[in-house]
Design a protein around this ligand. Structure first.
Ligand code: SF4
Length: 129
């Protein structure tokens, strides 16, 4: 039988639920980053480094493929999604900040904007992949 405790990371998050963020330089990229960090801080998902996938760290990528993955991208360029797909990762939830009514370059990463995207991330998290 699986030991439930072993699946909990030090932040209290279920290690089987992970989040990647594009963490782009723009305001919407910053929102994606802040939302992922809040999910981690509140124990909802374990945040993992998108760069690990980009850097082709195979052992980690294979591990990620077994998880419930949420990727948050700032804009429709969808860098996070592309990075995952370039590594044959197809099973993930995808949240794009600009699809939540935000415009790149006109959406400060303030409390209200971040809250709106966070709420959507929580909603998506509860859906099946
Ligand atoms: S998805 Fe958009 S905001 Fe995020 S890194 Fe790519 S270009 Fe930047």
């Amino acid at each position: 039988m699986e030991n439930r405790k072993e699946n909990i990371c030090s932040c209290g998050a279920d290690k089987n639920k992970i989040v990647f963020s594009c963490s782009g330089a723009s305001d919407v990229g910053m929102i994606s980053d802040l939302v992922a960090r809040r999910l981690l801080a509140e124990g909802k998902r374990k945040m993992n480094c998108m760069s690990v996938v980009g850097a082709d760290i195979k052992k980690s990528i294979e591990k990620f493929k077994t998880k419930d993955v949420l990727v948050i991208d700032g804009c429709p360029v969808s860098c996070g999604k592309r990075i995952l797909e370039n590594h044959n990762s197809k099973n993930y939830k995808h949240l794009v900040v600009t699809e939540q009514g935000f415009k790149k370059g006109k959406s400060p990463a303030d409390t209200n904007n971040t809250q709106k995207v966070y709420d959507e991330a929580i909603k998506m998290s509860s859906k099946e992949s």
